[in-house]
Ligand binder design. Sequence first.
Ligand code: ZN
Length: 520
Amino acid sequence: MTTTTIEADARLFTTPAARTAYAELIGEMREIAVLRSTLSLLAWDQEAKMPRGGVEHRAGQIGMLAKMVHQRSTARELGEKLAVCEGDGGLAADPHSVAATNVREARRRYDRQTKLPTELVQEMTLTASKAKAEWKEARKAADFSRFAPWLAKVTELNRRQAECFGFPADGEPWDALADGFEPGCTAREVEGVFKPLRDRLVALLDRVMGRPGPSDAFHRLELPIDKQREFVRFVVARYGFDFDRGRLDESTHPFCSGIHVDDVRMTTRFRIDNFADALSSTCHESGHGIYNQGLPREHWGTPAGSPISLGIHESQSRMWENQVGRSAAFWRWAHPELKRHFGAPVAAFSEADVYGACNRVEPSFIRVEADELTYNLHIMVRFEIERALIRGDLDSNDVPVAWNTKYREYLGVEVPDDAQGCLQDIHWSQGAMGYFPTYTLGNLYAAQLFDTARAELGDVDAQFAVGNFAPLKAWLNEKVHAPGMRYRAAELCEKVTGAPLSADPLLTYLEGKLAPLYRL
Ligand SMILES: [Zn+2]
């Protein structure tokens, strides 16, 4: 960011003192962001490239840098500069301006970092590392009772954190936790969208399960990994992921790290007999990657140049994975490409076979393997349980019964044991509560944003059918990526789509896709 840009952004301030404090605040935030991006690079390297022997030294590098980041992000001087900026009434003239965004979000981050007493942070770190170790053992033994006391402790610490952060009188502690992942998100709002979604998804699943569905034979095909690698790169390059400003590597769990708008690292994974996973994971991560590459470069390192929330980030990955990569129009284009890349092994599979296999619905116990329809039901189970835990309405010992009952009710499956049930996810063991709903919020935002894109871009199906994804990418760049954090997720949704977040677009999308596939 140049000095002139900062000066232009600071013009709303009424006093020179506030303008100076703002320029210093931005300078400090950018330096902290450089440190943070170095941490991301080290973390990426650890997952994608580092030799196993490097673990200990890497932990030292990360620990030291993280300490520097923490010290600088919580420094009293930073708080003082923020107070000077806030004390100047000028920003009220335009709450969505760059300067107002930067000050507002800097305050949110600063408060979240400084409101927790050091002892509580240390206790959480220590508890989380022990809880994670116990969770691993408990999962191996498929015995939740070993993890139950740790979940109770994690819940208690989360509750104490929420009290420190604070929440409005009409809110609840869960809101304060979710705010760290999805600023402004409340349990009541989530419930308001999730409940109708749950009821209609359960009903849709009931109808689907009574019908013969498409075959998944295509997914069981064995395809050479070098060809898979070539194909997924080909697809995401066509999506618009810029390989001159990003990389695709491999790791056990796919992820995307936005080190800078000009250096985005994503990973995927390959198995000879699971091409579908490689393709959907890469399409998914490329959605995160395209978002990271589309953030405004001139505001890098400040909130105005940062992603809004995990929910909006996930909307981007889900849209490229599902609304695009699982569409009939996509396969109209991709099916001949599949033949061109893989040759004889795929020859027996028609366009309809591949499209059908990619959209098969199959309720299971495992979230990460779930299809588009049932995925959200997995999330609702977790949201309802963690909210009840935090509220004190559910004892941690009773989690397996609550879990299994909900799986029976929503997904119609009997959970065979705790390892395949309430011990399957790592999140709670790491201390993260309030995170899960961002996955479903992502699906909801994706569907609603895509409806608007469809209405504004003309015939997107015709565009996809010839491998033209540029109009959609340009639309997302402009509407979703360029604003950075100027709007909260809910505000952006309303501004772009003209309506508050609703379950309807996702349900209409799923019903519209599954009705012909399952002859409903
Ligand atoms: Zn994602």
